[in-house]
Design a protein around this ligand. Sequence first.
Ligand SMILES: Cc1cc2nc3c(=O)[nH]c(=O)nc-3n(C[C@H](O)[C@H](O)[C@H](O)COP(=O)(O)O)c2cc1C
Length: 348
Amino acid sequence: MTRTIISTGKAAPESTFDLRTQLGSLELQSPVLTASGCAAAGRELDNYFDITAIGGIVTKSIMLAPRSGRATPRMAETPSGMLNSIGLQGPGVESFLETDLAWLQRRGARTIVSIAGGTADEFGKVAAKLRVAGGFDAIEVNISCPNVEDRGQVFACRADTSAQIIQTVRRNSDNKIPIFAKLSPDVTDIVEIATSVSQAGATGVSVINTLLGMVIDTQTMRPVLAGVTGGLSGPAIRPIAVRCIWQIRSALPNVPIIGMGGVRTGQDALEMVLAGANAISVGTSIFNDPGAPMRIQKELEQELRNRGFESLTQAISFAHREVSEAVIEDETGESKDESEPDWDFISE
Ligand SMILES: Cc1cc2nc3c(=O)[nH]c(=O)nc-3n(C[C@H](O)[C@H](O)[C@H](O)COP(=O)(O)O)c2cc1C
């Protein structure tokens, strides 16, 4: 790791803070995005804050045909999180292009379109329709879908099937479009999957999707969700997300990472940035605070200023530095070796 200098004494001037981030060829003015499935196409959120003022909107995963999703109940509260089994309800790609994508374009929001499918062929067809339509900035490929041609095995759980989907989407997309593979944490070795999708043509990875969970109602003594199992999200999963980001960043230093999983505050977002995320998606937090993406963006900026960073980029992967090599300037401007932790940074 290169030698790094941060200053604890001087905060960057108010108006010039640089939150820009780079996701392959895509530059965003801010790293804060919405997480797929938690804000539809951003239209409702626009009533709470200006959606063009955050990094961008990641849309709900769209499939080829309309889908009504799984039976209800399909949401359950869990300690510090929630379980959902929505089942990719959606209007299908044609309607999405005419209504949601057209609206996002008119609104001028940075847009990452999330796509899903039950077969490689379906992923390819959705990507091809997007290529013809244009008007978006990147694709996020939700590979946490059951493969209908292989006993419902989730694509994201195997390196070869993950790569197959990414290759198909890449072949059917404009080659300038950044493609992000959305990975499942329900695997033994997430680095293996991240490596495989990168080699297959993904620009970067989005980590993490929900973890498979289940809740039983002890009164009825039956599963709470009609679909029995569901995806666990929210603060309960954040340490898992941070671990996945850290592992991928350690193995693949140059792969852009969109981090997500239980981000509720600017400090949570900073944790993911320090682990190696180039951008952060906010999901479950939106359900009890629709203004969360904007609030988190402001809080993240403040957290960065408080630590003396002058840009977001300086903080990306900062936790990976060799502690003995870090040099911190104190208030007098003098450098000191920081092999000891700086207790100013540690709050109880
Ligand atoms: C209700 C709900 C619906 C979701 N739908 C999608 C989806 O359509 N596509 C997708 O890739 N991820 C979907 N996710 C996963 C989120 O995008 C995110 O990866 C996950 O929830 C972790 O982030 P969070 O804890 O901030 O919500 C959904 C999550 C929730 C809670």
